[in-house]
Design a protein around this ligand. Structure first.
Ligand SMILES: [Zn+2]
Length: 66
């Protein structure tokens, strides 16, 4: 099974709320991650680093400013 990862546009030093495609969980992820991020609920890989920003297999809900 190949997960489809979509690279997001440059997001700067933001946090992103990403919705897991598998279970619907919404999780806050830092835009400039250094390693893959898995869903806290189902364990699916929801984001991976691509250099300048991240790619996600889920859905970007909103940008979060902390
Ligand atoms: Zn999940």
């Amino acid at each position: 099974m190949a997960d489809e990862f979509k690279k997001l546009k440059e997001t700067g030093n933001n946090f992103l709320k990403i919705k897991c495609k598998s279970c619907g969980n919404e999780q806050i992820v830092y835009a400039k991650i250094a390693s893959v991020v898995v869903c806290n609920i189902c364990g699916a890989t929801i984001a991976k680093p691509t250099g300048s920003t991240l790619a996600t297999s889920g859905e970007l809900v909103e940008k979060v400013k902390l």
